[in-house]
Design a protein around this ligand. Structure first.
Ligand code: TMP
Length: 397
């Protein structure tokens, strides 16, 4: 593996490491550098943060906080069941607060979630949840206890794990010979097209192209059989894979070739496109700071909507603090009353479930939920309030 760095996002904290109001003496930070591996075409971090620092009993991100995601996982479960035998054995890796699990019977559904707070919740709901990190040892334990799985599913989890070879091998260990391995993660093509550099933070060890995934999966005897392009999380891909020896692998869906051809047209198999991306990221920082300083000079109050991991990257890369953004609203109880990582901007519950009257501009930390937010915040829009976004270009919406 030869990794070449193309982007330096500076010193970054743990993206979900919200800190108590009174502060914390030893806030961890690391230099977030992004690299291209010219052997597998994988876009990956130069140095990985230890998983134990990110995923633990105080993990703050709840998948079920938006109606969009609840609805998305309901539909995903329905779609997947159409390709599975009756009463399938299902394993979810990275089950968070159960937003996907909730769509399956407790009897044959198993889960893996290293964050103990969430594992405790889903165990209480009746889903046998292992509060451990996904690896070969755990896959063997699950195989011994429950047998092989008809479906192994993961959403926004595979890209969290540094060692992809062990991760995919462990999936192959528990997968039924004719089983499906389906996972969703942010799409590299979408990130490049949208200039959404904020998809990169500690937890996103890799941002996947279909090209890279095909290479990584084939190394452990798995074939990529279908790709669905999704709008969630700012543009994701749902990857379908199966054992290379299975019937599935004989009929590869056209979407695989289509996505690979498109990614090659974009140039995702060559570092040149990432060097250009890096220049656009630097410009985005400059443009966002210009807008926020102009608001400040004109006594306009700016807040941020959604204390997202993505906004952790933006605020720390651009050097934005509560001088430019007064506070962040977020509906997640675990984040409220705390300070945002690195920037130390206060995170508050939305007042009366809407944007306060004295706010002029709202930066969309959760730009990926712009439709859901616009519906909810009609009153703000009607009184002339404007959103600020940096995706794909810095602008008012
Ligand atoms: P995500 O983009 O990583 O899924 O994070 C979205 C965050 O935004 C999450 O903390 C929940 C929060 N949020 C709100 O506060 N209000 C909303 O209306 C929505 C949709 C999300």
């Amino acid at each position: 593996m030869t990794k070449q760095t193309f982007l330096d996002l500076g010193w970054q904290p743990i993206a979900n490491g919200f800190i108590p109001k009174e502060g914390q003496e030893d806030e961890f930070s690391f230099n977030l550098q992004v690299a291209f591996d010219d052997e597998t075409c994988l876009v990956t971090q130069q140095e990985y943060v230890a998983p134990e620092k990110m995923f633990h009993k105080d993990y703050a991100y709840r998948g079920s906080m938006s109606l969009t995601m609840v609805d998305h996982f309901q539909k995903t479960a329905k779609l997947l069941s159409e390709s599975l035998p009756p009463s399938p054995r299902v394993l979810e890796i990275g089950s968070n607060d159960g937003v996907f699990l909730n769509n399956w019977d407790t009897d044959n559904t198993y889960a893996v979630e290293p964050c103990f707070n969430f594992a405790e919740e889903t165990n209480a709901l009746g889903y046998r949840t292992y509060s451990r990190f996904w690896n070969n040892d755990l896959s063997k334990d699950i195989l011994a206890e429950h047998g092989s799985m008809d479906l192994v599913f993961a959403a926004n989890c595979m890209c969290h794990i540094p060692d992809l070879q062990e991760t995919f091998q462990a999936v192959a260990n528990v997968l039924e010979d004719e089983g499906l391995f389906v996972f969703e993660d942010p799409s590299l093509a979408r990130m490049i097209n949208l200039n959404s550099y904020d998809q990169i933070y500690d937890e996103h060890a890799h941002i996947f192209s279909v090209i890279a995934l095909k290479n990584e999966l084939e190394r452990v005897g798995l074939s990529l059989i279908r790709v669905d392009n999704l709008s969630v999380h700012g543009g994701s891909n749902r990857i379908w894979a199966a054992k290379t020896t299975s019937e599935w692998a004989k009929y590869v869906h056209i979407s695989v070739e289509e996505n690979i051809t498109y990614e090659k047209l974009l140039g995702l198999d060559n570092i040149a496109v990432f060097d250009k991306f890096s220049s656009r990221v630097a410009q985005s920082k400059q443009d966002l700071l210009d807008v926020l300083y102009r608001c400040k000079e004109n006594d306009q109050k700016v807040i941020s909507y959604g204390a997202t991991s993505k906004s952790t990257t933006v605020f720390n890369y651009c050097g934005i603090d509560d001088n430019l953004i007064s506070y962040i609203t977020d509906t997640t109880p675990e984040k409220q009353g705390k300070l945002a990582p690195g920037s130390h901007i206060p995170v508050v519950a939305p007042k009366d479930n809407s944007i306060a009257d004295d706010v002029n501009y709202v930066f969309l930390g959760a730009w990926n939920f712009v439709d859901e937010i616009s519906k909810k915040e009609k009153a703000f829009i009607d009184r002339g309030g404007k959103f600020i976004t940096h995706v794909p270009l810095v602008r008012f919406v």
